[in-house]
Every structure is written in structure tokens, then in C-alpha cells.
Design a protein around this ligand. Structure first.
Ligand SMILES: Nc1ncnc2c1ncn2[C@@H]1O[C@H](COP(=O)(O)OP(=O)(O)OP(=O)(O)O)[C@@H](O)[C@H]1O
Ligand SMILES: [Mg+2]
Length: 229
């Protein structure tokens, strides 16, 4: 089995006006194709930073990242954007929905970038909204949706391009237990169909459902637990 993602000695520094934050401190990590991995750790420990690097949304300050057979150091930004658009579904912690677009238009956006024809975009966006039980809110704008509905729209947008790699940052953080389990069930279904799944969560119950659970603390991986299935 070839690795979906491999990180080697990855460091990430954020330079702000007043401080240099060393957010990741030498991460070595291999995630195989088809794995389901959860990432847990305290607030500020580097979970989102790590997920952004796994999803090629940000470059490490040093170290190497390989996605499938592609070494990211050598790849240009167009090639990276193409890989992201085709292969990766990202559920952002802060949703990142565009306020002027309806939920359906937000969900369809990745397909627009893939130049999918309009009628098919609409059909697939509605289908993705249906999977998170939100098709009845398709015409609402994000401001007219609840926090949990926005979260589910962000999940539908990540699923709409049928990605082989799903990276989800606190995908159940705004949902009650029942909805959270429904979303997790949906993700498990997609994982069963072959996708690689990486979920950041504060919820130990959700973390423990993954066959592999990583723990991060102060920018370092401190545990990598595998549970027999
Ligand atoms: N754009 C940025 N500029 C400067 N510092 C940043 C930036 N993004 C994150 N940081 C800092 O990097 C560290 C790791 O942040 P990160 O967002 O990865 O944490 P996290 O584990 O996702 O936390 P949370 O559970 O609260 O979402 C924190 O100390 C944070 O303040
Ligand atoms: Mg975070």
C-alpha cells in the first residue's frame, strides 16, 4: 500500500509582528491510503496547522511533505491547486462559507473550479446537502443558517467533489451528540468506500472511534495509538 501522505521532520513557524510561534516541532508521520485517523490535543497545540499542511493549504517552514507520489517541494502552486481540487475535501474549523452565496452555491463551489457543467453542479450540490440532511435549506445564505447547519454545509462542500482524502477540523464541534454521530456515520461510510479520513476533534468519544488516534502537544506528536478493529 503506498502512503497517502508522508511528513518528514516538518516544522512550522508563524512570524507575527511581535512573536515567532513555533507551531510544529519536527513532525514525522505517514498516513496510508484508506486509513482513518483522529488527531487530538489541547487548544493551540498545532492541530489545525498540521491539517493545513496535510491538505497542502500551507507549506512547512522546513521538512518534507509527499502527497501520493508527488513531492510537494517541487510542485508548483497550480499543480498543488489541481491536486487539492481533485483529491482533497477540507472541512474548515471556521467553515469558510462565502456569505453572498446560498448554501447550495457554496457547496457547488469546488465543482465550479473543476469546470463541472451547471446542471450537474446543481444536482451534485443538492445530493451532498441531502446527505447531511440540509437540502431543505439549499436557498438559505450562511447568515440565515444555524451554527450546526453551517457546519453541515461545510461538510457537504468537502464531500461534493468525491475526494479520496478528507481532512476535517472539528467537524462535529457545533453539533449535538445525535447529529455528531450522524455526521460521523456519514464519514465512516465514505471511509468504507475507500477514502482516507483525518479528523481533528476535541471529543474523546469521537477520537476513540478512529482505528488510529494521534495526540499532539506543543507542536509534537506524543502518541500514535492503534486499536485492533
Ligand atoms: N496565522 C497564524 N499566525 C500566527 N500564529 C498562529 C497562526 N495560526 C496559528 N498560530 C499559532 O500556532 C499555534 C498552533 O495553532 P493551531 O491553530 O494549529 O492550534 P489548534 O491545535 O488547532 O488549536 P484549537 O484547538 O484552538 O483550534 C497557536 O499557538 C497559535 O496561536
Ligand atoms: Mg484548530
Amino acid at each position: 500500500m503506498s502512503a497517502a501522505i508522508a511528513l518528514e521532520a516538518v516544522h512550522k513557524h508563524y512570524e507575527t509582528g511581535h512573536a515567532d510561534v513555533h507551531a510544529l516541532r519536527g513532525i514525522d508521520l505517514v498516513i496510508e491510503r484508506g486509513e482513518w485517523v483522529s488527531i487530538m490535543g489541547p487548544s493551540g497545540s498545532g492541530k489545525t496547522t498540521l491539517l493545513e499542511i496535510l491538505g497542502c493549504l500551507s507549506q512547512p517552514s522546513s521538512g518534507r511533505v509527499r502527497l501520493g507520489d508527488v513531492a510537494l517541494e517541487g510542485a508548483n502552486s497550480d499543480a498543488l491547486a489541481a491536486i487539492r481540487g481533485r483529491e482533497i475535501g477540507f472541512v474548515f474549523q471556521a467553515f469558510n462559507l462565502l456569505p453572498r452565496l446560498t448554501l447550495e452555491e457554496n457547496v457547488a463551489l469546488p465543482l465550479l473550479y473543476q469546470r463541472v457543467p451547471r446542471a450537474e453542479r446543481r444536482e451534485r450540490a443538492i445530493e451532498a446537502l441531502r446527505r447531511v440532511q440540509l437540502d431543505h435549506r439549499a436557498e438559505h445564505r450562511p447568515a440565515e443558517a444555524s451554527g450546526g447547519e453551517r457546519q453541515r454545509a461545510a461538510i457537504a462542500r468537502a464531500l461534493v467533489n468525491r475526494p479520496s482524502l478528507i481532512l476535517a477540523d472539528e467537524p462535529t464541534g457545533n453539533l449535538d451528540t445525535v447529529r455528531g454521530q450522524e455526521i460521523l456515520g456519514l464519514m465512516e461510510e465514505i471511509h468504507q468506500a475507500g477514502a482516507t479520513l483525518v479528523i481533528v476533534t476535541h471529543d474523546p468519544g469521537i477520537g476513540a472511534q478512529a482505528p488510529r488516534c494521534l495526540k499532539i502537544q506543543d507542536g509534537e506528536l506524543v502518541a500514535d495509538d492503534r486499536r485492533p478493529r
